[in-house]
Design a protein around this ligand. Structure first.
Ligand SMILES: Cc1cc2nc3c(=O)[nH]c(=O)nc-3n(C[C@H](O)[C@H](O)[C@H](O)COP(=O)(O)OP(=O)(O)OC[C@H]3O[C@@H](n4cnc5c(N)ncnc54)[C@H](O)[C@@H]3O)c2cc1C
Length: 476
């Protein structure tokens, strides 16, 4: 069992001295050391917990430069930071026993929207849904999606290279970053963008941390190109880590260190601001909710949906689905997912079509429905029925049900709770059904209950085995 965190876990003198020095230098943000503040950021959405010694809540880039440059003094060599956005990360990335720098309280503004050129400039602590609220009146949205969009910040999305529903078309966060303004460990500022060799030489002239980083990383990307290409998996979804593959584009001879900051999990610097490209909101959206006799059928049928030009295919297994059925949220969708007489619905695919041309969408949907009708008639593929929903309110109700159902997993009865530690399993989509079958045999072999849901179009599945973490045997 994880040890209980107590306020007796005291603050080291070096941290107190550092905080005092920071205030003397004019740090304008908040400095919090009381137990409640520290406890609030001692957990995220992972299985870990770490009590930090202090929480800093900067108000500006100047504050970030101050907190890093003061930490460079010899007396403060032991000071370490971890940036934090919404704290929705599932790997404990924002946790530290040192100092948490929370970007979400003050540095959360949308600074400039330019619909003509299709970009927005934001502070890194802005929450994804709040950003989309600001973009909606202009007819745009920030297209990389994630289930935690009402809490996750742009800084967190950049640092985990977040993506979600619609990723086959909309890509991941790094695909939309035009430039970043970051503060590195020594307080130097790094403004990123795609650079030609001449521009790179000019930008890398300074002998500070930022200048050195530019020179060194560009050199690695160029000289080790062959090894990098061999090593990086050919997946639509990238992983967290340093994206050396896409930082250097040999065909264009350009280098963008911003690409390496994306996915770096806060390990390379603080992202203060970002310029992001934005996507016009599609005029037409339609969902086809396909019902299956088993989860395996839903997985195996997903490639048909992708071939039908769907924007996204999301799936949930029977466990997650049944949790939704027992919850009040079911009332909002029961007309959109009616039972099929004589059949048991054990899996669904939520298939979205979106675009600006109503005729084109209509024809894509008709073609898919014809294929589904044939499968139902011939009792093939485990398809037992489908329902189409076209109005935005119904579409949102379906997606809300999916989001809620995932949350319900954590609130299951009994001591064993689904634990998020095999979170973003990812394989080429065509291998997903086989991969999951093996994964299920493994879990069944251990007599474990579990819930599964994910983005089948991209080959991504979240697997949450239920464990009683108060039982030392299960914890191990
Ligand atoms: C139920 C659930 C569903 C999820 N669904 C998805 C999904 O569909 N797609 C997906 O991609 N992820 C998903 N996630 C994971 C998580 O929501 C994302 O990783 C999200 O991008 C994290 O954002 P955050 O603001 O909460 O970051 P945090 O958790 O606070 O931090 C994440 C990392 O980013 C760093 N960081 C944060 N802000 C900054 C900054 N300004 N500068 C430098 N580093 C920074 C932190 O140090 C940490 O390493 C899900 C998580 C949960 C719990």
């Amino acid at each position: 069992m994880l040890p209980a965190l107590t306020h007796q876990q005291s603050i080291e003198p070096v941290v107190l001295d550092y905080l005092a020095a920071l205030k003397d230098e004019g740090f304008a943000g908040d400095v919090e050391t009381h137990y409640a503040s520290r406890l609030a950021v001692a957990t995220d959405n992972s299985v870990y917990q770490m009590l930090p010694q202090a929480v800093l809540l900067p108000k500006s880039i100047d504050d970030l430069q101050l907190l890093t440059s003061v930490s460079q003094r010899q007396a403060f060599g032991a000071i370490r930071f971890s940036p934090r956005g919404g704290g929705t990360g599932t790997n404990g990335q924002s946790l530290t026993k040192h100092i948490v720098v929370d970007m979400s309280r003050h540095m959360n503004k949308v600074l400039e929207v330019n619909p003509d050129e299709g970009w927005v400039r934001v502070q890194a602590g802005v929450v994804k849904d709040a950003l989309n609220d600001a973009l909606r009146p202009h007819g745009f949205f920030f297209s990389p999606d994630l289930s935690t969009s009402n809490r996750a910040t742009v800084g967190g999305m950049i640092n985990t290279d977040a993506s979600g529903q619609g990723s086959l078309r909309y890509g991941k966060t790094s695909d939309h970053v035009l430039s970043l303004s970051a503060v590195l460990a020594d307080g130097s500022r790094l403004n990123t963008q795609s650079l030609s060799p001449e521009e790179l030489e000019q930008s890398a002239q300074k002998d500070d941390f930022a200048g050195n980083a530019l020179r060194k990383v560009a050199q690695i990307c160029r000289e080790k190109r062959q090894q990098i290409e061999q090593k990086f998996p050919p997946l639509n979804r990238f992983l967290t880590g340093y994206d050396l593959k896409n930082a250097f584009i040999p065909e264009k001879d350009t280098f963008d260190i911003g690409r390496v900051l994306c996915g770096a999990e806060g390990s390379l610097g603080f992202i203060a601001e970002a310029k992001l490209n934005i996507t016009p909101i599609p005029k037409v959206r339609t969902l086809v909710n396909v019902k299956y006799d088993s989860f395996d059928s839903a997985l195996r049928n997903a490639p048909v949906m992708v071939q039908a030009n769907a924007l996204s295919v999301e799936t949930i297994d029977s466990r997650v689905f049944n949790l939704a059925r027992q919850d009040i949220v079911w009332n909002t969708v029961k007309d959109l997912l009616t039972d099929v007489p004589g059949k048991e619905m054990q899996g669904i695919n939520i298939v979205e079509f979106a675009g600006d041309n109503p005729d084109e969408i209509e024809s894509q949907i008709s073609s898919l429905c014809r294929r589904l009708d044939a499968l139902i008639e011939n009792q093939q593929g485990g398809v037992i029925g489908y329902q189409v929903c076209e109005d935005l309110a119904s579409i949102n109700r379906i997606y809300n049900m999916r989001k809620k159902a995932v949350g319900l997993l954590g609130a299951t009865k009994g001591a064993a709770k689904p634990v998020a530690f095999a979170e973003d399993t990812c394989v080429p989509p065509e291998n997903l059904a086989d991969f999951i079958q093996e994964f299920r045999s493994l879990l069944d072999g251990h007599k474990l209950n579990y819930g599964m849901f994910g983005h089948v179009d991209a080959g991504v599945l979240h697997v949450r085995p239920a464990l009683d973490l108060c039982d030392p045997k299960q914890e191990a």
